[in-house]
Design a protein around this ligand. Structure first.
Ligand code: NAG
Length: 156
């Protein structure tokens, strides 16, 4: 078991030369959550055969092996920050939810569905949290317009 696990670990590196790659984008806010999509679009032939690797800049974000979530090998940075949707696995949906977002989470995530030779690349952008009540503040262009109206009134 241990041997087979470590062998599977290196599979994604060379498996996808002829595989399919899909590109997606996602946006999240500092301290917030984001769902990163990854789906094969069809039910896997066997649950036990499922092997999915989520990686980000050389780190293991999330691993599903033999149809089960494996915390072994997951980078400490992602411990307790990743949620999955095990009910969706049987539909071939291996999307994850990343919580407590940080600036360092930005960048490209690769979801490799090993058995399907399918890779999803999800580009995540991280933004500052929107300031509450920002919408009620007068916008700069409104102030500028008001000033120019005032000037026009004074000159003429
Ligand atoms: C996969 O599951 C997630 C979480 O439930 C959901 O948001 C997403 O729409 C699903 N994607 C597909 C292709 O079904």
């Amino acid at each position: 078991m241990e041997m087979r696990y470590s062998q599977l670990f290196f599979l994604p590196v060379f498996l996808f030369i002829n595989g399919v790659s899909l590109q997606k984008t996602a946006v999240g806010f500092i301290g917030g959550s984001v769902v990163l999509p990854c789906s094969s679009g069809k039910p896997p032939s066997t649950v036990q055969g499922i092997a999915v690797f989520w990686r980000h800049s050389g780190q293991n974000v999330f691993i599903i092996i033999y149809g089960e979530v494996s915390e072994k090998g997951q980078d400490p940075e992602y411990k307790n920050r990743v949620e999955s949707f095990p009910e969706e696995f049987k539909r071939g949906n291996f999307s994850i939810k990343l919580n407590n977002l940080q600036h360092t989470d930005a960048g490209e995530y690769k979801c490799s569905i090993v058995t399907e030779e399918l890779v999803w690349r999800v580009k995540l952008s991280i933004k500052e949290k929107p300031i509450p009540g920002e919408g009620t503040e007068p916008r700069p262009e409104m102030i500028l317009m008001f000033i120019s109206i005032l000037y026009t009134a004074i000159i003429f």
